[in-house]
Design a protein around this ligand. Structure first.
Ligand code: SF4
Length: 253
């Protein structure tokens, strides 16, 4: 199936690829956005061209103010076409009532419990019944370009992932955002790379490991939340991307 798909999208533009897959996986194809810069490009491609792919996001309830701002700007630009998944209310109430608002700082077990409630369970619901999941990963984020494929099988969620921006460079992303006036999260200009929940994400310095910006109080080996298995490809990309952003911000000062 994956090999066939690779052949079928060959020589198609990115819009043609999305259109083709929207027909192939009719009503069973989704795109998850965290409102990061790559995701904003994909959102623009889908919604501007009215491609029938469902766009959704997970609102954990603990996101940055800057993320809510770019989320709102995105709704205004595209006329409110993004489905939001919130955590199960009863589970959040139980967690907060029993352990308070910062239990994730106390142990890895508590942190995984919070991620499970606020991220993993809503994502499972969002992906349920679908066959194809579009992501914003790019090959440039890897030291070996061929580590990332257009199509991958996600064993965790039993779904085909399509990395539609595989061959885009960071310059391509930035050019696209400027050219089409697409809103992006201002935290990217301040050393934030992978932007998740506010209490669990911080800016990192040039050259610092990507994992230093997430759950920094934990041992590196325990850092995972269950949404994506963190691969070397993703880590390398994010380090490159952060260095670029920090250099850019320094030049602008
Ligand atoms: S990243 Fe932090 S606040 Fe967000 S779900 Fe995980 S533990 Fe909870």
């Amino acid at each position: 199936m994956i090999d066939k798909l690779k052949q079928e999208i060959k020589n198609k533009t990115v819009v043609e690829q999305l259109l083709f897959l929207s027909e192939k996986f009719k009503d069973k194809i989704v795109f998850s956005t965290s409102f990061g810069q790559e995701d904003q490009v994909i959102t623009d491609l889908i919604l501007k061209n009215n491609i029938p792919i469902k766009v959704f996001s997970l609102d954990t309830g603990r996101l940055f103010e800057e993320t809510y701002k770019v989320y709102n700007k995105t709704l205004e630009k595209y006329n409110n076409k993004i489905k939001i998944y919130n955590p199960n209310t009863e589970k959040v109430e139980k967690l907060l009532s029993e352990k308070g608002p910062y239990s994730f700082y106390e142990s890895t077990e508590n942190r995984k419990e919070c991620c499970g409630i606020r991220k993993v369970e809503p994502l499972k619901r969002a992906l349920s019944g679908n066959a194809c999941w579009i992501t914003g990963l790019r090959a440039e984020q890897s030291t070996a370009r061929n580590e990332l494929e257009f199509f991958e099988w996600d064993e965790n969620f039993k779904i085909i992932k399509f990395n539609v921006l595989k061959d885009w460079t960071l310059a391509d992303i930035n050019d696209y955002l400027v050219k089409y006036n697409v809103p992006y999260n201002s935290l990217h200009d301040k050393g934030f790379i992978s932007i998740g929940c506010s209490p669990c994400t911080r800016a990192i310095k040039k050259g610092e490991d990507i994992r230093a910006g997430r759950w920094w109080w934990e041992d590196n080996s325990k850092k995972e939340c269950g949404l994506h298995e963190t691969t070397k490809t993703e880590e390398n990309l994010l380090i490159i991307k952060t260095s670029f952003r920090i250099e850019q911000a320094a030049k602008e000062e």
